[in-house]
Design a binder for this molecule. Structure first.
Ligand code: 6R9
Length: 653
C-alpha cells in the first residue's frame, strides 16, 4: 500500500445533523460556491458588516507579495468590539463570564466592557502612549488582559501580547524587537495552584529594555496577605492599575484608524533563529476574524462560546478577543489549567455556564482521552452543540473520541486549519454544510483560495503536496516587524518567480472528494526509503492502539533508508511499558500502514516534551533520537521531560 494513501483509508463521514443544518447560519453550499468564484466580492460583503467611520475606496490592492485591503476606509477595532453593542439589545448582555483558577468569578456586560476599555485607554494615554506606539502585554488570563488589548486598539497603540509562560529573556527580546514604550503586567497569575510571578519576571526582563518608560501592574492576588510583595513597585516607572484607574476620565474618544494601520504584532517561532513579529492591520484582520467566527462556529445570539486558548497565542487574539466580541457573543474565559483542582475542570465549567460552542486543541483532547471518560461523564454537557479543534493535525482517534464523548455524537466538529500569519481560519468545515471526516480540515473557507503544489509548482489533483494560498485574503500578515525581506523570503519564495503564492510551511493531501488532510509542517514529513510518510500518520496508527495515549514520531538519520522512524509513546492508565508491548506497537503500525512505517525505535515516556502552547517539540525528539546534544529547550513547558527522555533513550540503546 502506498504510504501517502494511509489517511485516505479513513472513510468515515459525518454529514451535518439535520436539526443542526436547518437552523445553521449557512445551510446550503452556495455561500462556498459563489464566494470561491470571487474572493474580492465576498470579502467586501463581509467587511460591510463591520462598523466603519468612513467607507473604503478600493477593496484590494495587490502588488505581490504585498496586499492592502479596504484602503481609504476608517474604523476602530474597539468600537467594533464594544461601542457598537451598547446601543441596542446587547447593552446588558454578558460579554465575558470569567472564572479564575482558584474559583473566583467575574462577569462583564457589554456596557461594563465599554467602561473598562475607556478607562484603560485613558490610563495608557496618561502614561504617554500615543497612536503608533507599541505596548507589551504580559498578563494572565484575566479580564484586564482583554481590556488592555482593546484599550490599545482604542487609542491606536500597537499591542504585542507575550504569553505569560514565557521567560524573562523571551519577554525582553520581544519588547526590544519592537521597541515597546509601556508594559502591562500583573503581580501574578494562577497555574495549577501555583503563582506565576509575572511582575518579578518582568522586572528581570526590564533590566535590559531601554524603551520601556512605564509599567502598569494589575493586582491579581486580591485576597490574602502580602499581595504587594509579589510586585516591588519602582517609583516613577510602575503604577498599579486599580489606582491609576481612579485618576483618569471615564470616556476616551476612539482614535480614527485607517484600514491598513497596525492593530498588533504577535511573535511566533520560525524554523530557526529569533521569533518573527507578525504584523496585522485593522480593517482586514477585523473582517477576517468577524466573518469566520460567525460562520465557522455558527454563532448565534444565545450561544455561550468558549475558546480555551490563551490570549498569548493567535487563537486567543482572533477567537477569544476580536472575533467573538465583534459578533457580540457571550463567552467564557478561564484562567487556569484543565486539571486543576481535578481533571474535570473543563467539563465542570461547560456545565456551570451552559457552554454551547467549545473550541480547543488536539493536545488537550488527547489528554482528556488519557485521563478517561469518568471525568467527562460526571457532568451535564447537553448544552454543547458545536465543537472545534485547532493548532495541529487531529488524529482520527482523537477526533472520534471528541465526537463520541464530548459531542455525544450530536455536535458537528470543525477542524480549523490556520496560522498566526493567516490571522483567521483558512481551511475548515462549515458546520451546517460540510460532511466532516475525522482528521480532515475539509475545504477552504469562502473567499480563500488554496492549491496543492509540488516543489516545481505543478498542481496536484489527488495526493500529497505542499499547501499554497493562491489569492490574498484580508487577515493575512502584512510583513514581519522590522524585516520585510524576511517576510518575502519566508513566505513567498517557495516557488521561483511566483511572489503571488503564499507558502504556509505545511504539507497536505487531497482525497477523491476534494477534501484536504493537513499533514503538518513539511519539516515533519519523513522520507523512509524513498517513501513519504507523515509523522502524523504513524502517530495516528500508534494512538489507535488501546495502550497508547499520545505518540510523537520523528525521523532519525539512517544509513540505508535515509530516515528511520523513532516513536515516543505515552501509555494510557492501566498499561505498563514492556518489551512485548514495544514489539506489539511496532507490529500494530506495520499492520495499519505497511512495513515501511514500522518504527525502528519506540521509547515509552510518561510525558512528551511540549512547547507552552502545547505543540510537541519534534525537533528535540529528533535530537534525542539521533543522539545529538540538546538544543534550545527554553520554550518547553517542562524541560525536565526532555532530560528524563534523553537518559532513558541512552539507557535503552
Ligand atoms: C492557529 C495556530 C500554525 C501551524 C500550522 C499547522 C498547525 C494549526 C491545524 C494545524 C493541522 C489544523 N495547525 N491548525 N495543523 N490541522 N487544524 O495554531 O497558529 O500557532 O501559528 O500554528 O499549526 O502546522 O502551520 P500557529
Amino acid at each position: 500500500m502506498s504510504d501517502i494513501d494511509v489517511l485516505l483509508q479513513e472513510t468515515r463521514s459525518f454529514p451535518p445533523p439535520s436539526d443542526f443544518r436547518v437552523t445553521a447560519r449557512v445551510h446550503d453550499a452556495r455561500l462556498q460556491d459563489d464566494a470561491s468564484m470571487d474572493p474580492v466580492n465576498f470579502w467586501a460583503r463581509e467587511a460591510s458588516e463591520l462598523t466603519w467611520s468612513k467607507p473604503w475606496d478600493t477593496v484590494l490592492e495587490w502588488t505581490p507579495p504585498h496586499a492592502k485591503w479596504f484602503q481609504g476606509g476608517q474604523l476602530n477595532a474597539s468600537v467594533n468590539c464594544v461601542d457598537r453593542h451598547i446601543h441596542g439589545p446587547r447593552r446588558n448582555k454578558a460579554a465575558i463570564i470569567w472564572e479564575g483558577e482558584p474559583g473566583d468569578r467575574r462577569t462583564f456586560t457589554y456596557w461594563d466592557m465599554y467602561r473598562e476599555v475607556n478607562l484603560a485607554a485613558n490610563m495608557l494615554k496618561k502614561l504617554g502612549v500615543v497612536k503608533g506606539d507599541r505596548v507589551a502585554i504580559y498578563l494572565p488570563m484575566i479580564p484586564e488582559a482583554i481590556f488592555a488589548m482593546l484599550a490599545c486598539a482604542r487609542i491606536g497603540a500597537v499591542h504585542t501580547v507575550v504569553f505569560g509562560g514565557f521567560s524573562p529573556e523571551s519577554l525582553r527580546d520581544r519588547i526590544n524587537d519592537c521597541g515597546c514604550k509601556v508594559l502591562i503586567t500583573a503581580d501574578g497569575g494562577y497555574r495549577r495552584g501555583q503563582i506565576v510571578p509575572l511582575k518579578r519576571n518582568a522586572d528581570e526582563a526590564l533590566k535590559d529594555c531601554p524603551t520601556i518608560e512605564h509599567v502598569l501592574v494589575v493586582m491579581r492576588r486580591r485576597s490574602g496577605v502580602g499581595d504587594e510583595t509579589f510586585a516591588e513597585m519602582q517609583e516613577g516607572r510602575d503604577h498599579w492599575w486599580h489606582r491609576l484607574k481612579r485618576q483618569v476620565p471615564k470616556h476616551c474618544e476612539p482614535e480614527v484608524m485607517d484600514a491598513e494601520d497596525l492593530l498588533f504584532i504577535l511573535y511566533t517561532s520560525g524554523t530557526t533563529g529569533k521569533p518573527k513579529g507578525i504584523v496585522h492591520t485593522t480593517g482586514g484582520y477585523m473582517t477576517g476574524v468577524a466573518s469566520t467566527t460567525k460562520y465557522v462556529f455558527d454563532l448565534k445570539e444565545e450561544d455561550v462560546y468558549w475558546c480555551t486558548a490563551d490570549i498569548g497565542w493567535i487563537t486567543g487574539h482572533s477567537y477569544l478577543v476580536y472575533g467573538p466580541l465583534a459578533n457580540g457573543a457571550t463567552q467564557v474565559v478561564y484562567e487556569g489549567a484543565p486539571d486543576w483542582p481535578e481533571k474535570d475542570r473543563f467539563w465542570q465549567i461547560c456545565e456551570r455556564y451552559g457552554v454551547s460552542i467549545f473550541y480547543t486543541a488536539p493536545t488537550a483532547i488527547r489528554a482528556f482521552m488519557k485521563w478517561g471518560t469518568p471525568y467527562v461523564e460526571k457532568h451535564d454537557l447537553s448544552q454543547l452543540r458545536l465543537l472545534g479543534s485547532v493548532g495541529e493535525p487531529i488524529n482520527p482517534e482523537a477526533w472520534m473520541w471528541y465526537h463520541k464523548h464530548i459531542g455525544q455524537e450530536r455536535c458537528p466538529i470543525v477542524d480549523t486549519w490556520w496560522q498566526t500569519e493567516t490571522g483567521a481560519i483558512m481551511i475548515t468545515p462549515l458546520p451546517g454544510v460540510t460532511a466532516t471526516k475525522p482528521g480532515s480540515a475539509t475545504t477552504p473557507f469562502p473567499g480563500i483560495k488554496t492549491a496543492l503544489l509540488d516543489t516545481a509548482g505543478n498542481e496536484i489533483g489527488v495526493g500529497g503536496g505542499l499547501l499554497a494560498i493562491t489569492h490574498p485574503w484580508p487577515s493575512m500578515l502584512r510583513t514581519i516587524w522590522g524585516d520585510d525581506a524576511r517576510y518575502v523570503d519566508t513566505y513567498f519564495t517557495k516557488w521561483p518567480n511566483r511572489l503571488d503564492l503564499y507558502f504556509p510551511g505545511d504539507g497536505a493531501k487531497r482525497d477523491d472528494d476534494g477534501y484536504l488532510w493537513i499533514l503538518g509542517r513539511v519539516d515533519d514529513v519523513l522520507n523512509v526509503a524513498g517513501h513519504r510518510i507523515g509523522t502524523m500518520e504513524v502517530e495516528s496508527a500508534l494512538v489507535d492502539h488501546p495502550a497508547v495515549a499520545e505518540a510523537a514520531v520523528v525521523g532519525k538519520a539512517h544509513e540505508i533508508k535515509g530516515q528511520a522512524i523513532a516513536a515516543f509513546v505515552s501509555l494510557r492508565a492501566g498499561f505498563t511499558p514492556s518489551g512485548s508491548l514495544r514489539d506489539e506497537l511496532r507490529e500494530h503500525v506495520a499492520m495499519k500502514i505497511g512495513a515501511l512505517a514500522r518504527p525502528d525505535d519506540i521509547l515509552f515516556s510518561a510525558d512528551l516534551p511540549k512547547t507552552r502552547s502545547g505543540k510537541i517539540m519534534r525537533r528535540l525528539l529528533r535530537d534525542i533520537a539521533e543522539g545529538r546534544a540538546l538544543g534550545d529547550t527554553t520554550t518547553l513547558a517542562d524541560p525536565s521531560v526532555v532530560a528524563a527522555l534523553k537518559d532513558q533513550y541512552e539507557a535503552q540503546e
